[in-house]
Write a protein that binds this ligand. Structure first.
Ligand code: 13P
Length: 287
């Protein structure tokens, strides 16, 4: 059964570990993440970006697939289906489609408008038992070939958004999506500590989980990070395994390629990435 992310993240905060959010793009990714979370007896969050939702023909398709798959695979660990970096409209679409968690990314609005829209969405989500994540301090990444260094959120702005009743907060602490530049100075633990001081017992979310060294991940968890998002690393492992399979030419043998066999090595590679992350985040056995 799909659940909101609230309880699993409150438990993670209290237990000093983090729950992984793994982004999904299709049936194979979803199956790999669900099976691995079950194998490791770990709670898990399936992240769906607006783009991935569109690719899978809409959030209703995604919700129907995930619910049915959770049941048919006999998954018993807590699973949250979460909108990643949602727009205002996207949040409402996911609430309607049966997601159990949403993220409203209002970081590009002026703070007053971010507050107004977040307040409204907190009520809409909580009325139906969904959890909601908000973002303060934009979490950048590669744009036009230029990789930003990552912003640091203003702790006072974090407090004003946290006070609106969101269940978890993504605060920029120098983290970025995708690859980190060679001269990246690392996570700002001073910012993280200052944000934590202001917001108290609210689970913090670390976006851009790909490529952050393990010691920084562990320190971030010890300072209150309870949810870590991973996307690029799954994409890279999936692509590398698929490329290897295709280059071996096996898909061209016999009657032509079998699409299930073609995607199998990538699906296995995602399982391995998810296993590694669950071990690093400390959520194995916490379901
Ligand atoms: P990465 O792609 O860097 O792993 O970040 C994922 C993420 O934060 C999704 O919101």
């Amino acid at each position: 059964m799909l659940v909101s992310a609230k309880e699993m993240l409150d438990k993670a905060l209290a237990g000093k570990y983090a729950v992984g959010q793994f982004n999904i793009n299709n049936l194979e990714w979803t199956k790999s993440v669900l099976l691995t979370a079950q194998e490791m007896n770990s709670p898990v969050i399936l992240g769906v970006s607006e783009g991935a939702g569109k690719y899978m023909t809409g959030f209703e398709t995604v919700a129907a697939m995930v619910k049915a798959m959770d049941k048919s695979l006999g998954i018993t660990v807590p699973v949250a289906l979460h909108l990643d970096h949602g727009t205002y409209e996207g949040c409402y679409k996911c609430i309607k489609a049966g997601f159990t968690s949403i993220m409203f990314d209002g970081s590009h609005y002026p703070i007053e408008e971010n507050i107004e829209k977040t307040t409204e969405l907190v009520h809409a989500a909580h009325n139906l038992g969904l959890s909601i994540e908000a973002e303060v301090g934009s979490i950048g990444g590669e744009e036009d070939g230029v990789i930003g260094m990552g912003e640091c959120a203003d702790p006072n702005e974090c407090k004003s958004i946290a006070d609106l009743g969101v269940d978890m907060l993504a605060a920029g602490i120098g983290n970025i999506h995708g690859k980190y530049p060679a001269n990246w100075p690392g996570l700002s633990f001073d910012t993280l500590a200052a944000v934590k001081e202001k917001i108290g017992d609210m689970p913090l979310v670390l976006h851009g989980g790909t490529g952050i060294p393990a010691d920084m991940i562990q320190k971030a968890i010890s300072l209150g990070v309870s949810k870590i998002n991973v996307n690029t690393e799954c994409q890279l492992s999936f692509a590398a395994a698929t490329r290897k399979y295709v280059e071996a030419g096996k898909d061209l043998e016999g009657k032509g390629f079998d699409p299930r066999k073609l995607l199998a090595p990538g699906a296995e590679a995602i399982k391995e990435t998810v296993r590694e992350k669950i071990n690093l985040f400390g959520s194995a056995g916490k379901a």
